[in-house]
Design a protein around this ligand. Structure first.
Ligand code: TXD
Length: 319
């Protein structure tokens, strides 16, 4: 069977990490695309030279020409600018919306059958705009945020409960911003709900609330430390898990920014919800019952996403 083809649009901090992870896992041949001359080509050449050491067979190429992504099975989009200290994800909208327009055209013209994973921020708006510009089916264009936010939540909980990260299954819904909704009722350690672990005296409601707050601010915490950009190892790892679910038809239920219509009281919006990811992309949105507080927080998140879409339409009348 011919190797799959993974196209990475954006060869920056996340793009380079994606290429390394995809090569190590032998997900397929990898094309790094960027508008910066030399960066995709240099990173592809450097990563190729890891092959003999790590023992992976993957052809890596770098390009500034969209024609080279032709026929990609998976396209992962990080093109755009990241945050600097003091910037919100929403501050990136004006610049990155224009980038999504160019990227959408490139995908429409050269990889219309791909499964597209958008990472560029502000994520919930950029994935919606990318789908509009590319014209691909809604189930083939998703956004990566919830897997990352859930991983951040799980990491902090594992530290709190002094347990293996392997046993923590965390659940975060909603937009990829300060309004995201970590759902403790569906977050477990080896199947034991966090709320029960608190009742068992293994933590307190105050500590869990602090962890929820730290999760919401997880991106900003790293931006403040790095000063030159935002997180890239965990974001790349999160997108690779989504790509593997598609390539392997794994039917994983993952929190992703997907097009929601007729579920969660929504009639056509991209927002983070649990979804089955398999060979048909976003195959089924899972509507979990939410308690009043989670419902309220989810609605705040949905309203924040809707405001971003209004801003997008004001900038680009074609949306
Ligand atoms: O959870 C999430 N979704 C977020 C997303 C987690 C972390 C970072 N998040 C966002 O990903 C971040 O706010 C940025 O919007 C993207 C990419 O972050 P990264 O850290 O990889 O940014 P870099 O290192 O600046 O890389 C961006 C690359 C850079 O090489 C540019 O030359 C290129 O994008 N770029 C373009 N490529 C193609 N086409 C166009 N128009 C273009 N413009 C810039």
């Amino acid at each position: 069977m011919a190797r799959k083809k993974i196209a990475l649009i954006g060869a920056g901090m996340i793009g380079g990490t994606l290429a390394h992870l995809a090569a190590q896992r032998e997900l397929g041949d990898i094309v790094l695309f960027d508008i910066a001359e030399g960066i995709p080509q240099g990173k592809a050449l450097d990563l190729s030279q890891c092959g003999p050491i790590e023992g992976f067979d993957a052809k890596l190429t770098g390009t500034n020409d969209y024609a080279d992504i032709a026929g990609a099975d998976v396209v992962i989009v990080t093109a755009g600018v990241p945050r600097k200290p003091g910037m919100s994800r929403d501050d990136l909208l004006g610049i990155n919306l224009k980038v999504m327009k160019a990227v959408g055209e490139g995908i429409k013209n050269h990889a219309p059958d791909a499964f597209v994973i958008c990472i560029t921020n502000p994520l919930d708006a950029m994935v919606w705009a990318l789908r509009e510009f590319s014209g691909l089916p809604h189930n083939k264009v998703v956004g990566m945020a919830g897997v990352l936010d859930s991983a951040r939540f799980a990491t902090f909980l594992a530290q709190e409960f002094k347990v293996s990260v392997k046993d923590v299954n965390a659940f975060v819904l909603g937009g990829h911003g300060d309004t995201m909704v970590p759902v403790t009722r569906y977050t477990t350690v080896s199947g034991i709900p966090v709320d029960d672990l608190v009742k068992m005296g293994r933590s307190t409601k105050e500590r869990i609330d602090e962890i929820v707050k730290r999760t919401r601010g997880g991106g900003g915490e790293i931006v403040a430390l790095l000063k030159t950009g935002s997180a890239y190892y965990a974001p790349a790892t999160s997108a690779i898990a989504m790509a593997e679910a598609y390539l392997g038809d794994q039917k994983r239920i993952l929190p992703c920014a997907v097009y929601v219509e007729g579920r969660y009281g929504l009639d056509g919006l991209y927002v983070g919800v649990p979804v089955v990811i398999g060979a048909n992309g976003a195959e089924e949105v899972i509507e979990i019952p939410l308690d009043d507080e989670a419902k309220k927080n989810f609605q705040v998140s949905v309203d924040a996403v809707k405001e971003l879409l209004v801003a997008c339409k004001q900038i680009d009348g074609s949306l």
